[in-house]
Write a protein that binds this ligand. Structure first.
Ligand code: SF4
Length: 324
């Protein structure tokens, strides 16, 4: 089944869920089996710094959230965490931080180079940089840069990301696209006041950018953030549909499977939510490398609750899929 146009995307997004479940989801799953041998990609996740100068209105780590305990991991601790990833037998690490102007860029280069020296596939999300800094990351051997556009709607972008502009975000994305680094990017699904048209536009932009990984989840309101007053969680059904559509449009793309389920308290660790995503074409699970005392402070969203390697092994078993 080929999905190429916005009209075709919208047709699936608007389809009754039962019909989608019977006719589309299974095709997305078949696509993953045929193209990727039904494989789950396991990635270590290290939120090394939760300090951020920005004021994104949906984010628990925004500068204005004075109630959050802030931390900044030093480079030696990050190197030790990278070694632990290797010892766990994982081959990928996703290093992520807020936009912390005081984090020494030389240390970011060092963590990339050290990860590469250990033979890891290294992804990094540290926000918007100058083009010179992206160039330095490329030279350091970074495999993938993660820069979400969050929404393709420029008015919404201006509202939810007041510390930057859509133009600047796309300029950074364009630069990454033109480098040897892969680009991971995507949307927040079901932002307040958004319609399925917005979701379809976002999907078309992901296709146009030919992303390597769709780090997508539904909008999950974080208490005490400005956007939380404007609407509740994004639709789980739309999220599952977006996963299936992306799998069929871009058979080899990685798609986050750590998805919420009905019970909000379980956050992204909801077993049914994760399995539902895996059965719809998603393929990427995470192992949190943060020490227990810091896990709850890395809260871009509430109840992030990504768990350890045992949880991933259990999910792999329950899904009947293969682990990479
Ligand atoms: S989404 Fe990222 S850039 Fe925006 S406030 Fe949160 S950590 Fe900072």
């Amino acid at each position: 089944m080929k999905i190429q146009t916005k009209a075709e995307v919208l047709e699936i997004l608007r389809m009754p869920y039962e019909e989608f479940n019977l006719n589309i989801k299974i095709k997305a799953k078949e696509t993953h089996i045929n193209h990727n041998n039904n494989t789950i990609v396991v990635t270590a996740l290290l939120g090394y710094d939760n300090i951020c100068k920005n004021q994104c209105t949906y984010c628990g780590m925004r500068a204005g959230n004075s109630g959050l305990k802030r931390y900044r991991m030093g480079i030696e601790d990050i190197k030790k965490a990278e070694e632990s990833v290797k010892k766990l037998g994982l081959r990928r690490i996703f290093l992520i931080s807020g936009e912390d102007p005081k984090y020494d860029f030389k240390d970011i280069i060092t963590m990339v180079e050290y990860g590469k020296k250990l033979g890891l596939f290294v992804s990094l999300a540290a926000g918007e940089f100058s083009l010179e800094k992206y160039k330095a990351l490329e030279t350091a051997g970074l495999d993938e840069y993660v820069l979400k556009f969050e929404t393709s709607d420029q008015d919404t972008f201006a509202k939810i990301k007041p510390s930057t502009t859509f133009e600047n975000r796309m300029r950074c994305i364009e630069y990454i696209k033109n480098s040897t680094m892969s680009l991971a990017s995507g949307n927040i699904i079901g932002l307040p006041h958004h319609t399925l048209e917005h979701v379809a536009d976002d999907i078309m932009l992901m296709k146009k950018l030919d992303i390597s990984w769709a780090p997508i989840i539904p909008y999950m309101p974080v208490p005490n953030t400005p956007l939380a007053k404007e609407g509740g969680r994004g639709s789980l059904e739309t999220t599952i549909k977006e996963i299936a559509i992306l799998r069929m449009m871009m058979p080899n793309v990685n798609i986050t499977a750590q998805q919420p389920g009905e019970d909000v308290k379980n956050g992204l660790a909801d077993v049914q939510g994760n399995l539902n995503a895996l059965s719809s074409g998603a393929n990427m699970l995470f192992v949190d490398m943060l020490p227990q005392n810091l896990v709850k402070d890395f809260n871009v969203i509430d109840n992030r609750m990504i768990e350890g390697i045992d949880n991933v092994d259990r999910l792999v078993k329950m899904s009947g899929m293969n682990r990479s």
